[in-house]
Structure formats: structure tokens, C-alpha cells
Design a protein around this ligand. Structure first.
Ligand SMILES: Nc1ncnc2c1ncn2[C@@H]1O[C@H](COP(=O)(O)OP(=O)(O)OP(=O)(O)O)[C@@H](O)[C@H]1O
Ligand SMILES: [Mg+2]
Length: 157
């Protein structure tokens, strides 16, 4: 487990970029946190670190955003807020998204059964106006390695 206290949206984006650079095809990242906790802000950084030139937005009527990279390996960003359960997710073909890129899921608990057990899980919490606590947990060996690398790049050593 890795814990951070972010002191502003810029710092959250920087952390996101560092993480996005470590992701590869097939990787799944779950983002948990209340409205305004900073999930989309973190994704903005992740898309940048991933190497996408597309802008990150989260219009409430879009379920899946795709951030493209020149090599065609794309970052998919699913907002499961309005999905009821894993059955709803079924129709979205998550397997395809993981096959041709990586997948970030906001509100993952709604569709937990449609997601792989192994993943990187990030919890964001409001602490103060500009402060957010971020907790990173890995499930499975692959994500443990990503998190170890992330920790080293963040804290050194
Ligand atoms: N340290 C911080 N990290 C991230 N966002 C911050 C921070 N401090 C302030 N903010 C602000 O908090 C808001 C976070 O909004 P954001 O859209 O990222 O949240 P969200 O978790 O995606 O919410 P929603 O569930 O409504 O989509 C932004 O306006 C951002 O500027
Ligand atoms: Mg959001």
C-alpha cells in the first residue's frame, strides 16, 4: 500500500502522469472516491503519462472516453456511475478494451464482478479545499510490481 497527501490539483496530475507512464496493455486501474475527490483530475495526469494527446473530460452522458496514443494502444476511461451492475457492463465489452489498451474505471464497485480480480485500486479522499489523500493498493503480483516502481519513482530509493 502507498499513501500520498496531494496538496493541489497540479500535484494530483503529476502523480497521475507518473503512474500512467507505468501502465501497459491489459492493465486495469480502479478509482474510488466521492464526488469531487479528484478522480478525473488524476486521470488527466494518467492520460498524459500514458502518452496521449487527447484532452480528458468527463461529460456526464459519456460512459467511456478513449485517450488515443499514436501507436494505437489506447487508454479507456469508464465512468460506471450510472451503471447498475456487472450485467450493464457486459454490453460495453470491457475485454476488448483491455485487449487493445488499458482501462481505468471510476465507481468500480458497481461493476466489480465484470472486472478482473487483479488490478490497481486507488482510493481518493477529500481532506481540505486543496488537499486529497490518495491510497494505492495492488491486487496481484503484476500490480505489486507497478506499485513498487511507482513508489521508487515517487520517493526515490
Ligand atoms: N489536491 C487535489 N487533487 C485533485 N483535485 C483537487 C485537489 N485540490 C482541489 N481539487 C479540485 O477538486 C476538484 C476535483 O474534481 P474531479 O472532477 O477530479 O473529481 P471526481 O472525483 O472526478 O468527481 P466526480 O465523481 O464528480 O466525477 C477539481 O475542481 C480540482 O481542481
Ligand atoms: Mg470524475
Amino acid at each position: 500500500m502507498v499513501e500520498f497527501l496531494s496538496r493541489g490539483p497540479e500535484q494530483t496530475r503529476r502523480l497521475g502522469a507518473r503512474l500512467g507512464a507505468l501502465l501497459g496493455k491489459g492493465d486495469v486501474v480502479c478509482l474510488e472516491g466521492d464526488l469531487g475527490a479528484g478522480k478525473t483530475t488524476l486521470v488527466q495526469g494518467m492520460a498524459q503519462g500514458w502518452g496521449s494527446l487527447d484532452a480528458v473530460s468527463s461529460p456526464t452522458f459519456v460512459l467511456v472516453n478513449v485517450y488515443r496514443r499514436p501507436d494505437g494502444v489506447n487508454l479507456h476511461h469508464l465512468d460506471a456511475y450510472r451503471l447498475r451492475d456487472a450485467w450493464d457492463a457486459e454490453a460495453l465489452d470491457l475485454d476488448q478494451m483491455m485487449d487493445d489498451g488499458a482501462l481505468i474505471v471510476e465507481w468500480p464497485k458497481r461493476i466489480r464482478l465484470a472486472l478482473p480480480q487483479d488490478c490497481l485500486w486507488i482510493g481518493l479522499e477529500y481532506v481540505g479545499e486543496e488537499q486529497r489523500r490518495m491510497i494505492f493498493k495492488s491486487f496481484g503480483k503484476h500490480y505489486e510490481e507497478i506499485l513498487t516502481e511507482f513508489r521508487q519513482r515517487s520517493f526515490g530509493g
